[in-house]
Write a protein that binds this ligand. Structure first.
Ligand SMILES: [Zn+2]
Length: 297
């Protein structure tokens, strides 16, 4: 049996992007990992949102034990506001607070997030504890295939989750098939197109990626519409959320080891490394200059 993981930055992304995967899980072991609590607008709305997600997943016969809540914060979509984006570029032990908390929690009373289940305490909102959560959960699920929000997605949490995933896979030395789904394609007022049966190319996607996409139609769009409609706390008059109920879903596919070199994590670490050594290099240069000056006299 194949092990499949659907990584959702917020409760609802799993339904918007991966209903076809969730619908057809009978032949595999499937886990849904809800990374943030979606608590951008507070704890009360987050509890409602989490319950909506649980309800939708139960209709797809996903066992409750296979829904894992990591319990991190959600502070907005723009890169400067986004919790995961800021966490990605932070130092390992710097706490990035959300509007609600400085540590992980399960928004539904009486239920526990992943870190608390394993460590009997909450994880701090730090890069270190986030990676610990992601590493341990992937060690537990041992995925062959991971569905994750795309690196091209315009939501900071969605994009940074993909980068964190690659960093985690590199640390675990795991090679898996990664399929990326796009939720915020570049202009939420225009994409996904409201009255079309199929997805058009999102503005954030280049022609080559779009041409090579994988298309799935193994689900009933009417059923997907009903599942999305459960998320009443997220539905607005813009028609954005329900416009994901199309005849097909699409995924961008890359093998993990081909992607790792292109993450900002690698270049960021290189730059950081260089600058951390810079004073030493300047010191050496000054020493050799001084030595040359001394040898002249
Ligand atoms: Zn999201």
């Amino acid at each position: 049996m194949r092990n499949i993981v659907v990584l959702a930055p917020h409760p609802d992304d799993e339904i918007l992007g991966c209903t076809s995967v969730l619908k057809n899980h009978a032949e595999s072991n499937l886990w849904v990992i809800l990374v943030t609590n979606g608590d951008c607008f507070g704890k009360v709305s987050s509890e409602i949102r989490m319950k909506e997600s649980q309800q939708a997943l139960s209709l797809l016969n996903i066992p409750k034990d296979n829904i894992i809540v990591l319990g991190f914060g959600d502070t907005g979509m723009n890169l400067k506001e986004s919790f995961l984006y800021r966490l990605f570029y932070s130092d390992p032990n710097t706490v990035i607070k959300s509007n609600v908390s400085a540590h992980t929690y399960h928004p539904i009373d009486g239920e526990q997030e992943w870190y608390y289940q394993k460590m009997h305490k909450h994880a701090q909102y730090t890069r270190h504890d986030f990676l610990h959560s992601l590493i341990t959960v992937l060690e537990y699920c041992k995925p062959d295939e991971i569905y994750v929000s795309s690196q091209y997605d315009k939501h900071g949490d969605h994009r940074a989750l993909y980068w964190f995933l690659l960093e985690t896979l590199a640390q675990l030395n795991l090679s898996v098939i990664i399929k990326q789904y796009i939720i915020h394609g570049g202009n939420d007022k225009r994409w996904p197109k409201r009255n079309k049966d199929d997805f058009s190319k999102p503005p954030c996607c280049n022609d080559k990626l779009w041409h090579n996409r994988i298309i799935s139609n193994e689900f009933d769009p009417e059923e997907k519409y009903k599942l999305i409609n459960i998320f009443q706390s997220q539905i607005t008059t813009s028609g954005y959320l329900l416009s994901f109920a199309k005849r097909t879903e699409f995924f961008l596919q890359e093998q993990s080891e081909n992607s790792i070199l292109r993450t900002p994590w690698i270049s960021w670490k290189r730059i950081k490394n260089f600058y951390s050594k810079a004073p030493f290099i300047v010191y050496l240069a000054l020493c050799s200059k001084a030595q040359r000056l001394c040898s002249l006299y």
